[in-house]
Design a protein around this ligand. Structure first.
Ligand code: DP6
Length: 324
């Protein structure tokens, strides 16, 4: 009645930002992501009668919003499976938590997978993906290896991710510009955007319109098209975020500096493309032949705390490495 799962974070190329139906995280638009091999969560889950439901993250018991989301996933799992035994869960990330690099996506993806595995209740990837979505929308994409397409769907069963293509040799340079916890979680910020940004609905429509183009470019591997759609998407997302409330900003000075340098490199003909999520880190998509050129430019920006050079990752999978 114990299972451990290792899962990668994922980076959205077409972003999820807001729901059609709030409670179940049924999104406004489809989204597409790439799994990040170097950013991993490991989660161990055990069913045991003498436990109360507990969740530990990096050695500390989780309370507040994180615990509520965990209990929400658990309630749904219990209703779907009939398994009501209490659970103890421990999870560890090998990267900064809640600083805008999708720690909740890998964590909830691993949790959903571990719930099914430890209980022995059969589930395919679609079921794991749908359950993960209840904890954090972007977690719907976690079970998928390589490149994932989260179909927005219309209800719990139809809103889940499938694979677009398996992993290839693209690199993702994740530049860490700050490890401070972000001021407001994505899930809360997107609700505020829905209520206050005049561009919210338009962005969702634009994202949906871009999906078939990105799917085609991924399948045929047209890297510049993939990069351009990704960069435009990031710009659209941040136009909505920046026009939320009186102005919401996840960037810091280094974020902007990196964006300028990447644009300069593009002007010089280097095929590299930036994207950012709800946090100050910049992720750069680049093919192996240009990694050196991009890294040497980034090395001049002394404020960058760390650059994680990641390959394209795997889908969530069972592991023998138990945390307890
Ligand atoms: C900007 O609600 O999935 O990363 O609040 O951290 O749980 P948490 O994330 P979630 O929002 C993710 C938003 C995004 C875009 C994306 O990953 O598609």
């Amino acid at each position: 009645m114990k299972a451990s799962v290792v899962a990668c974070a994922n980076l959205a190329l077409i972003k999820y930002w807001g729901n059609m139906f709030e409670e179940l995280n049924i999104p406004l638009n489809d989204s597409i992501s790439v799994s990040l091999e170097s950013l991993q969560s490991t989660t161990t889950l055990e069913f045991a009668d003498d436990h109360r439901d507990t969740l530990e993250l990096n050695g500390e018991e989780v309370r507040g919003e994180g615990m509520e989301r965990f209990l929400f996933v658990l309630r749904h799992f219990r209703a779907l499976s009939g398994v009501t035994t209490p659970v103890h869960v421990a999870s560890e990330n090998n990267f900064p938590t809640a600083a805008g690099i999708a720690s909740s996506a890998s964590g909830f993806g691993a949790l959903a997978h571990a719930l099914y595995a430890a209980s022995g209740v059969e589930a395919d990837l679609a079921k794991i993906s749908a359950l993960a979505r209840l904890g954090s929308g972007s977690a719907a994409r976690t079970p998928i290896a390589g490149y994932a397409h989260w179909h927005r769907g219309a209800d719990h069963e139809s809103s889940y991710a499938t694979q677009v293509r398996p992993a290839n040799d693209m690199r993702i340079l994740v530049t860490i510009t700050s490890t401070e916890e972000k001021p407001i979680s994505s899930s809360r910020a997107m609700k505020r955007s829905k209520a206050s940004s005049p561009f919210f609905v338009q962005r969702g429509n634009t994202a949906n319109d871009r999906v078939p183009f990105l799917l085609k470019a991924l399948k045929e591997w047209e890297f510049p098209t993939i990069g351009e759609i990704t960069q435009r998407e990031a710009n659209n997302l941040h136009a909505v975020i920046n026009t939320t409330d009186m102005g919401l900003y996840y960037w810091n000075r280094t974020t902007i500096e990196i964006v300028h340098r990447i644009k300069q490199l593009q002007d010089e003909g280097v095929k590299c493309y930036y994207t950012m999520d709800a946090g100050p880190q910049v992720k750069v998509l680049v093919m192996p032949s240009d990694v050196g050129a991009v890294k040497s430019v980034l090395a001049e920006i002394t404020e960058i705390e760390e650059i994680i050079d990641s390959g394209v990752g795997f889908g969530s999978q069972l592991s023998d490495h138990h945390l307890f």
